[in-house]
Design a protein around this ligand. Structure first.
Ligand SMILES: *Cc1c(COP(=O)(O)O)cnc(C)c1O
Length: 360
């Protein structure tokens, strides 16, 4: 029986990737803002219809660059406990303190009504996550940020291709960061990006992602956030396939919807959101049910993933522990089912039958 994992990276036809590689061999420029990278940057910026778009090494460096470019080097950053660990670790790496605000139960994004109670004199920014590609309450979050003079950095690692109220979901906040890791909806093997609102911040980010210097003039403390031509080549080869990738994912999600209707919990997605079908999370009654389903799936050679587990407010290396009961509860019983364009109808049927057969 063929193994089915939660995701399977999309590979473009090899000839299309090789065509891009040939360009690198001709140019003989391998990195440092080469022509392929510039072309990809422009195309992605156009696709999202944003003004300042910077393609960087990965989604984690993108978060760190965003914090540094916005001058957030200490103080508190309000964030969500329901995400991949990079959201929290980027805050800690920047020597800031993550302050966790619990999630709302419908789409698992940060609960905007609980943010203000967490604001202190030390709060510098809010870092919410458009988790699974669902939209945070961007209006309320911006209102709170404006009222308290805070920056907003969206971890939009899951949001590429989602459109909210006619605008790319990755175009909200002071900076939105993206991940183009192999497991994400659109990928460049490894890669990430920052969408920046303000021109001055954009210039700073551009400088600090390449060591903070220009020739022999050193202006600011920087890091290496540059991406290579070979990664850009993969991006250029994958990008034309994006519409078919999203359409194929939509088809898989709709089959899941039909076959699992009523059997598992599902998020409620806002009407104004054009969803990118990045993930298919399902919520079980309790952790025991989740573990039963995982056992049954594993016997069928199907490997779902606990996205996300554990709740980030419980990370062992945090100095201070705060309770986020909703997130902790959801984390204990949520998982993502396999979702990728090549997933066949008979696989979907096998997955859904196994899930339903193992429910309590
Ligand atoms: C994948 C991911 C990241 C990190 O992206 P990398 O490109 O792997 O560094 C950050 N935040 C979230 C929510 C992610 O899912």
């Amino acid at each position: 029986m063929e193994k089915i994992f939660v995701t399977k990276p999309f590979l473009p036809p090899q000839a299309e990737y090789e065509r891009q590689l040939t360009r690198i061999y001709q140019n003989h420029q391998l990195t440092n803002q080469g022509p392929l990278l510039c072309e990809l940057e422009e195309k992605l910026g156009k696709f999202l219809n944003v003004k300042h778009f910077q393609y960087v090494t990965n989604g984690t460096i993108a978060l760190q660059l965003a914090l540094e470019a916005l001058d957030i080097q200490d103080g508190e950053v309000i964030t969500t406990p329901f995400s991949y660990v990079a959201t929290t670790s980027s805050i800690l790496w920047q020597r800031c303190k993550p302050v966790f605000v619990d999630i709302e139960p419908h789409n698992f994004t940060i609960d905007p009504d609980k943010i203000e109670a967490a604001v202190t004199a030390k709060t510098r920014a809010i870092m919410p996550v458009h988790v699974f590609g669902y939209a945070c309450n961007v209006e309320k979050i911006q209102q709170i940020a404006d009222k308290h003079g805070l920056k907003v950095i969206y971890d939009a690692a899951h949001a590429f291709g989602s459109v909210y109220k006619g605008r790319a979901l990755a175009d909200y906040g002071d900076v939105s960061t993206l991940s183009f890791h192999a497991t994400k909806l659109f990928h460049t093997v490894e890669g990430g990006a920052c969408v920046v609102k303000d021109e001055t911040v954009n210039k700073k980010l551009d400088l600090i992602k390449r060591f903070g210097h220009n020739k022999d003039e050193h202006y600011l403390l920087g890091i290496n956030g540059k991406q290579s031509e070979f990664h850009a080549a993969m991006g250029l080869a994958v990008l034309p396939h994006l519409p078919e990738i999203i359409a194929a994912r939509k088809r898989v999600c709709e089959r899941y919807d039909k076959l699992l209707a009523g059997a598992v919990g599902r998020p409620a997605v806002q009407k104004e959101l054009e969803y990118n079908y990045a993930y298919y999370p399902v919520v079980f009654k309790n952790e025991a049910e989740l573990l039963r389903v995982f056992d049954a799936l594993a016997k069928e050679n199907i490997f779902a993933r606990r996205y996300f587990y554990p709740s980030l407010n419980t990370l062992p290396y945090l100095k201070e522990k705060t309770a986020c009961p909703l997130s902790e509860d959801i984390c204990s019983r949520i998982a993502c089912l396999p979702l990728y364009p090549a997933l066949q109808d008979h696989d979907i049927l096998r997955i859904t039958n196994t899930v339903k057969g193992a429910l309590l």
